[in-house]
Design a protein around this ligand. Structure first.
Ligand code: MSP
Length: 553
C-alpha cells in the first residue's frame, strides 16, 4: 500500500483574529492536499491553533477574560474562516487538548530522564515589558537598551534548559546529506548558516509565578513549558504518536503510515524554531534521519512593502474580502499572485483584476460561449468527432490542439510538485521552485486561452451556416474540443477552486452523481477525448460574474 501523504501547516496563535497571512498558508496547504487527492493519494492534512503562551495570556488579560475563554472565542474565528474558505483538513490541532498535553509531558519527561533537560540559573538584564532576558544583541548602537524594552532590571531566575547545542553536529551532517530537507534551496542555505553559529541551549520553561497559561512540566509543578516544545509537538501528537513508546519503529502502523510530513511554514519560523529546535527535538526522541519532515518555507504577504502586523494596524481581514468578493476570488488571488517561497505585496485592486481577467474574461467566457454554441448549433449534444479533431481543428496551428493541452497539463503537474523543473518557454529545464501553484495556474490559463483562440480562429458561427457535411463535421470537432477542454480545465483547477470546478462539471452535465464530492475529479481523467459520443451538456449560467463591470469583454 502506498504511504499516506501527510501535510501540516504552522498552528496559528490565538492571541488575535486571523489575517490574510494565515489564510494564505492554510489555502496553500489545502491546494497541495487536494492536488494529492486528485492524484489518488491517501492524504492526511493537519492544521490547528497554538493556544498557550505569553501573548495569549496578555491578550486575554487586556480583554478582561480568562485565557481559556479568550482562546475559545478566537479559535472559533479560525474554524469559521477555514470553513468559509473550503480549507478541508483531516485533523484539527488545539494545544490545550488533553491528548496533546499528555504527549508533550511524556516527551519532556523522557528527555529529562535521559539527562537532556537540566535546571540552571540565569542572571542578567531583564525587560519587564517584553518579559525576557536581554543579551548584547538587543543593545542599540549607543550600547544602551532602547525604549521599546521599557523598564529594565537585573534579575536572577531558575529555569529548565534543553541540551540543544549537543546535537549541532548531527544537524549539520543531516543537512549535508539531505539537500531538500528545506525548500526552496536558499532557505536550506539560510538554515545551515544559522546552525553553524548555534551555541547555547534552549530555555524551555517559565516559572508559574509569571506565566501559568501553559503545560505544566511533569517533573516540576512550579513551572510551565515555554513554548516551542508545546507548539511543535502538535505535528506528531495529533497524528497518533505515542510518547510512551521510545523506539520510532515501534510506533503504531497508523502513525508510521502518516509520518514524516511535508510541513508548510512561514519564513519567520524556520530559524530557529522549525529548522533547529524541531529537527533536534525529533532526533533527541529517537526519530531516524529518514523520518525527518520536509520543510516548505513560504514568503510573506506584505502591505505597502512592510510586514503586516496587528500592532502596526495594517492587517487585512479575510472575512471582509470574502464578504465582498467571495471565497473563490480570495483563494484564487492568494494562489495566483505570489510565487511560493517569495514575498508579495497585497493589493485589493489585484484581487479584482485577477478575478476579472483570468476567471470572468478568460475561463468564464470560454465556458459560456461553448455551452451557448453547443446549445444553439447542436441542440446541446456533442458527437465524438470524426477525423479532424485529432489534428488541430484550427488549420493554422502548427501543433495539434490536444498536444498543446497535454504539454500544459504536464507542466502543471511539475509545478505542483516539490521541485518544478518544467518551464515551457525555455528549451532547457531549470528549477523554478517548490509547489509553484501560481505557475500551475498559468498553465490552466494557457489552456483556456487555447480554447478561446480556437473559437476566434474557426468561427463556429460561420461553420454553423454551412450546409455541407465538411462544415458540420468541423463544427462538431470544434465544439467537442472546446467542451472537452473545459472538462480538463475543471479537473486541473479543482484543487484551487473546488466550488467553481463543480460548477463547470455541473454545467457540462458531467459526473452528476458525484456533484459536490471531491472524488468527482481525478487527474487520471485529465486526458483528451473522454467525453462520450452523444453527450448532452447543460445550460450556461455565468460562473464568474465580473466584479468590476467597467470594462466588459
Ligand atoms: N504559533 C506559531 C507557530 C507554531 S507552529 C508549531 C506562529 N503563529 S502565527 O500565528 O504568528 O503565524 C502562523 C503562520 O502564519 C506562520 O507560518 C507565519 O509565517 C504565517 N504568517 C503570519 N503572517 C504572515 C504574512 N503576513 N504572510 C504570510 N504568512 C505569514 O508563528
Amino acid at each position: 500500500m502506498p504511504k499516506t501523504f501527510f501535510i501540516t501547516t504552522a498552528i496559528d496563535y490565538t492571541n488575535s483574529r486571523p489575517h490574510i497571512g494565515h489564510a494564505y498558508e492554510k489555502v496553500l496547504a489545502d491546494v497541495i492536499a487536494r492536488y494529492h487527492r486528485l492524484k489518488g493519494d491517501n492524504v492526511f492534512f493537519l492544521t490547528g491553533v497554538d493556544q498557550h503562551g505569553q501573548k495569549v495570556q496578555q491578550s486575554a488579560a487586556k480583554a478582561g477574560v480568562p485565557p481559556a475563554e479568550f482562546v475559545k472565542e478566537i479559535t472559533q474565528k479560525f474554524v469559521d474562516l477555514w470553513k468559509k474558505l473550503d480549507v478541508n483538513y483531516d485533523e484539527w490541532a488545539e494545544t490545550t487538548s488533553e491528548r496533546h498535553k499528555k504527549v508533550v509531558q511524556g516527551i519532556l519527561q523522557r528527555l529529562f530522564d535521559a539527562g537532556q533537560i537540566y535546571k540552571d540559573k540565569q542572571a542578567g538584564h531583564y525587560s519587564v515589558r517584553q518579559e525576557q532576558f536581554l543579551t548584547d544583541k538587543e543593545r542599540g548602537p549607543d550600547g544602551e537598551f532602547g525604549p521599546e524594552w521599557g523598564q529594565i532590571e537585573f534579575r536572577e531566575e531558575e529555569n529548565y534548559y534543553f541540551k540543544l547545542s549537543q546535537h549541532k553536529e548531527w544537524l549539520l551532517r543531516y543537512l549535508e546529506n539531505r539537500k531538500d530537507a528545506v525548500v526552496p534551496d536558499f532557505r536550506q542555505t539560510e538554515l545551515r548558516n544559522a546552525v553553524e553559529k548555534l551555541s547555547g541551549d534552549l530555555c524551555i520553561s517559565r516559572p508559574k509565578s509569571r506565566l501559568d497559561w501553559g503545560i505544566e512540566l511533569p517533573f516540576d509543578k512550579n513551572f510551565v513549558n515555554y513554548v516551542w516544545f508545546d507548539a511543535l509537538t502538535n505535528y506528531i501528537s495529533f497524528a497518533g504518536y505515542d510518547s510512551a513508546i521510545h523506539e520510532y519503529e515501534r510506533q503504531s502502523p497508523e502513525f508510521r503510515d502518516r509520518w514524516p510530513a511535508l510541513q508548510i511554514i512561514g519564513k519567520d519560523i524556520l530559524v530557529p524554531a522549525h529548522g533547529i529546535y524541531w529537527l533536534i527535538m525529533l532526533h533527541a526522541i529517537g526519530f531516524p534521519d529518514e523520518a525527518m519532515p520536509q520543510l516548505l518555507v513560504h514568503g510573506w504577504w506584505n502591505l505597502g512593502g512592510s510586514k503586516m502586523s496587528k500592532s502596526a494596524g495594517n492587517v487585512v481581514d479575510p472575512f471582509v474580502l470574502i464578504d465582498k468578493y467571495g471565497a473563490g476570488a480570495l483563494r484564487y488571488y492568494l494562489m495566483s499572485d505570489i510565487a511560493t517561497g517569495q514575498d508579495a505585496d497585497f493589493s485589493e485592486q489585484r484581487v479584482i483584476e485577477r478575478y476579472d481577467a483570468d476567471l470572468a474574461n478568460s475561463l468564464g467566457n470560454l465556458l459560456n460561449r461553448t455551452l451557448n454554441m453547443v446549445g444553439r448549433y447542436q441542440d446541446s449534444r456533442i458527437a465524438f468527432p470524426e477525423g479532424v479533431w485529432l489534428r488541430n481543428p484550427d488549420e493554422r496551428a502548427t501543433e495539434s490542439y490536444a498536444d498543446t493541452i497535454i504539454t500544459h497539463r504536464k507542466a502543471y503537474e511539475s509545478h505542483m510538485s516539490a521541485e518544478s523543473t518544467f518551464s515551457i518557454p525555455f528549451p532547457l529545464p531549470f528549477t523554478l521552485g517548490p509547489f509553484v501553484v501560481n505557475a500551475a495556474i498559468g498553465n490552466i490559463l494557457v489552456i483556456a486561452d487555447q480554447g478561446n483562440a480556437l473559437v476566434e480562429n474557426t468561427a463556429p458561427w460561420k461553420l454553423a451556416k454551412g450546409s455541407d457535411k465538411a462544415s458540420k463535421i468541423k463544427l462538431n470537432s470544434v465544439l467537442y474540443a472546446l467542451t472537452d477542454t473545459l472538462r480538463i480545465i475543471a479537473i486541473l483547477i479543482s484543487p484551487i477552486l473546488p466550488r467553481a470546478a463543480h460548477g463547470i462539471f455541473d454545467q457540462l452535465n458531467w459526473k452528476m452523481d458525484l456533484s459536490g464530492k471531491e472524488k468527482r475529479f481525478s487527474l487520471a481523467d485529465a486526458q483528451w477525448g473522454k467525453l462520450p459520443d452523444g453527450h448532452v451538456v447543460g445550460k450556461p449560467v455565468p460562473l464568474f460574474p465580473r466584479i468590476d463591470p467597467g470594462e466588459g469583454v
